[in-house]
Design a protein around this ligand. Structure first.
Ligand code: PMP
Length: 286
C-alpha cells in the first residue's frame, strides 16, 4: 500500500480523506503537476515548482508549501514508496469551505488542500512504445482559453483519449482554427527537412516543462527549431512527428489520422531527442 501526503501528513493511501466540499471535487478548482522519477531522482523538479507557482498565481490561489518543503515531500514519498522509475502527482485545490459557493472562500478561513502521491512505473525510460511510435487522430480543441494554467479540468483531454482509443489510435492532437494546439496531455511537434516545428507559447497551450528542455537540447545540438502554428494537413506531409511530456519524455508519432509518416516507423530526430533528453535530464536529476 502506498504512503501518500495530505495537508502536512504522511498517510496510508486508504486513510487519506478529502471533504466532499473540496472545490477541487465540486468545481475543478485546483492545479496539478506531474514530476518524473528516474533512478529514484526527480527530473526537472525546479521547472515544475516554477510552473506550479505560475498556475497558482494565475488563479489567485494560495500556495500552502515552500519550494524547499515541497522538494522534501517529493523525496520522502520516493523513499517511503521505494520508487525507482515513475511519477509524483501533486495537486493543490482551493480547499474545502463549509458550503458550495461560486465565490472563492477566504484563504485565511479555508486553507488549500494539498495532495501528493507516487505512481510506480518500472521501465518508464526504456518504454518499448518509443521504438514503435504512436498513432494519433485529430479532434477539435474545445477547451477553455487558459490552457497555460495546469488545472485539474481534464474532462475533455480524457474524452479525447477515449475518442482516440475508439478509433484504434493512441492519442489525439487537438486543432483550433485549423491549427494544432497540442496533444491531450503533451506538446506536439513535426519535423520537416530536419527542422523541428512546434506551436509557440501562448494561453492556447500548456507551457510544457519537457518542451522547454527539449527545445534547449535541440538548439544545443545545432538542430533547427521553428516555433509557429502548423495544420494537421502540414503534419501529415511531415517527415516525422513527436510529442513531449514529463511522463513520456519524447515519443515518436508515426501516424496521423491514418496517414503514416516516414513509412510508419520512427525517424531519426525524435529518437535522438529522446536519447539526449534522458541523458541530460538524468545528469541534472535531484
Ligand atoms: N500539454 C498538456 C495539455 C499536458 O497535459 C501536458 C502534460 N501535463 C503537457 C502539454 C506536457 O507538459 P510537461 O512536459 O510539463 O509534462
Amino acid at each position: 500500500m502506498r504512503t501518500v501526503y495530505l495537508n502536512g501528513e504522511y498517510l496510508p493511501e486508504n486513510e487519506a480523506r478529502v471533504s466532499i466540499f473540496d472545490r477541487g471535487f465540486l468545481m475543478a478548482d485546483g492545479v496539478y503537476e506531474v514530476t518524473s522519477v528516474l533512478g529514484g531522482k526527480l527530473i526537472d523538479f525546479d521547472g515544475h515548482a516554477v510552473r506550479l507557482q505560475r498556475s497558482l498565481d494565475a488563479l489567485d490561489m494560495a500556495n500552502p508549501i515552500s519550494t524547499e518543503d515541497l522538494l522534501a515531500v517529493h523525496r520522502e514519498l520516493v523513499q517511503r514508496n521505494d520508487i525507482d522509475e515513475g511519477m509524483i502527482y501533486l495537486q493543490i485545490t482551493r480547499g474545502a469551505p463549509e458550503d458550495r459557493d461560486f465565490v472563492f472562500p477566504d484563504p485565511d478561513q479555508t486553507p488549500p488542500t494539498i495532495v501528493l502521491f507516487t505512481q510506480s512505473k518500472p521501465g518508464l525510460a526504456a518504454n518499448p512504445v518509443a521504438q514503435k511510435g504512436l498513432k494519433v487522430i485529430s479532434i477539435e480543441d474545445i477547451r477553455w482559453g487558459r490552457r497555460d494554467i495546469k488545472t485539474v479540468q481534464l474532462l475533455y483531454p480524457s474524452m479525447g483519449k477515449m475518442m482516440a482509443k475508439k478509433a484504434g489510435a493512441d492519442d489525439a492532437w487537438m486543432t483550433e482554427n485549423g491549427f494544432v494546439t497540442e496533444g491531450t496531455s503533451n506538446n506536439a511537434y513535426i519535423v520537416k527537412d530536419g527542422k523541428i516545428i512546434t506551436r509557440a507559447l501562448s494561453n492556447d497551450i500548456l507551457h510544457g516543462i519537457t518542451r522547454a528542455a527539449v527545445l534547449r537540447f535541440a538548439a544545443e545540438a545545432q538542430m533547427e527549431v521553428e516555433e509557429r502554428n502548423f495544420t494537421i494537413e502540414e503534419a501529415k506531409t511531415a517527415d516525422e512527428a513527436f510529442i513531449t511530456s514529463a511522463s513520456t519524455f519524447v515519443m515518436p508519432v508515426v501516424q496521423i489520422d491514418g496517414v503514416p509518416l516516414g513509412g510508419g516507423v520512427p525517424g531519426r530526430v525524435a529518437p535522438r531527442l529522446r536519447e539526449i533528453y534522458l541523458e541530460e535530464s538524468l545528469k541534472k536529476a535531484i
